[in-house]
Design a protein around this ligand. Structure first.
Ligand code: ATP
Length: 255
C-alpha cells in the first residue's frame, strides 16, 4: 500500500497520558425486557486495534451501536477523548471523532462512489479540503479510485465494504468502529480488508473491531475482549490469548 499522510481529525483529542481514548463502564442495553448487553467495561487505548469477538447474539453489534449513540443505554457511562459522551447525540459523536462502519456495509446504493464519500465528509461538520481526503481514500483503496462515478449499488461486496470504510474515514475519525467488515467476503478480499485495518492504525487511528473470525481478530489486535450472552467473559492481549480457550468460550463451556 502506498504511503499516505496521516489523517488529522479537526478535533485532536486532548487526553491525559494515562487515559484510554474510549472508556466504557457498566454499559447495559435492553430491547424491551431482553437485556442484550449486561454491564460491560471496555477500555480502548489510543493507536490500538481492539477486537470484540463472540458467538452469534453475544451482544457485539448492540454494544457498537450504543457506543455511537444509535441505541439508548439502560445504564452505564461512555467517555471518549476525555469527555463524557453518554448523553451525546450520534451526529455529535461523529463530530467528536467517532466513525461507525456498520454491519452489512450499508452504502447509498443509488449514489455514486464519489457522492457516498463526500457525504462522509459532511458528517464531520467542516467539509473543507474534501479533495485531499478523496485522494487519501483513493491511495488506500485504488479500486475505488477507478470507480468514482459508478453507482455504489453496482459495486461487488468487497468494493462496497471498501466504500463503507472509506466513507467512515472521510469524517476524519480518531476512533473507527467496524462491525464485521469481512462478513461474506472471499478470502483474498478478507486479507485486503484486514491489511487495511492495519494501515489505518499505522496512520494514527484507533480501531474497535467486531469480527466473527476470532483467529483473524486475534492475529490483528493489540487487545481482545470475548463476549458471551451480553457479558465480557475474558480479555487479553491479542498475542497472549489462547485460541483453544477462545473456542471453549464460544461453545459456552468456560464462562
Ligand atoms: P451476531 O454476531 O450474530 O451479529 P451480536 O453479538 O452482534 O451477534 P447482537 O446483534 O448485538 O449480537 O444481539 C444481541 C442480542 O440482542 C441477541 O439476542 C439478539 O436477538 C437481540 N437483539 C438484537 N437486536 C434486537 C432488536 N432490534 N430487538 C430485539 N432484540 C434484539
Amino acid at each position: 500500500m502506498s504511503p499516505i499522510a496521516p489523517i488529522v481529525h479537526p478535533i485532536e483529542p486532548t487526553l491525559h497520558p494515562t487515559e484510554p481514548l474510549l472508556q466504557v463502564a457498566g454499559l447495559a442495553v435492553s430491547y424491551g425486557r431482553i437485556r442484550a448487553v449486561d454491564g460491560i467495561d471496555l477500555a480502548v487505548e489510543p493507536g490500538r486495534i481492539v477486537s470484540l469477538v463472540g458467538s452469534n447474539g453475544a451482544g457485539k453489534t448492540t454494544t457498537l451501536m450504543a457506543l455511537s449513540g444509535l441505541l439508548p443505554l439502560a445504564s452505564g457511562r461512555i467517555r471518549f477523548a476525555g469527555e463524557d459522551i453518554t448523553a451525546l447525540a450520534p451526529e455529535l459523536r461523529v463530530a467528536r471523532g467517532i466513525a461507525h462502519v456498520p454491519e452489512r456495509r450499508r452504502v447509498f446504493a443509488g449514489m455514486s462512489v464519489r457522492e457516498n464519500l463526500v457525504l462522509g465528509a459532511y458528517a464531520r461538520g467542516d467539509a473543507v479540503d474534501i479533495a485531499s481526503d478523496l485522494d487519501r481514500m483513493v491511495a488506500l483503496f485504488p479500486r475505488l479510485g477507478e470507480r468514482m462515478a459508478q453507482l455504489a449499488g453496482t459495486l461487488s461486496g468487497g468494493e462496497q465494504q471498501m466504500l463503507a470504510i472509506a466513507r467512515g474515514l472521510m469524517s476524519r475519525p480518531s476512533l473507527l468502529i467496524m462491525d464485521e467488515p469481512t462478513m461474506g467476503l472471499a478470502p483474498q478480499m478478507i486479507d485486503l480488508i484486514l491489511d487495511t485495518v492495519l494501515e489505518i492504525r499505522k496512520q494514527g487511528m484507533t480501531v474497535l473491531l467486531v469480527e466473527q473470525n476470532a483467529v483473524e481478530a486475534m492475529r490483528l489486535s493489540d487487545h481482545v475482549y470475548i463476549m458471551r450472552l451480553g457479558r465480557i467473559v475474558h480479555e487479553d492481549s491479542g498475542a497472549n490469548i489462547d485460541p483453544e480457550r477462545v473456542k471453549s468460550f464460544y461453545l459456552g463451556a468456560d464462562s
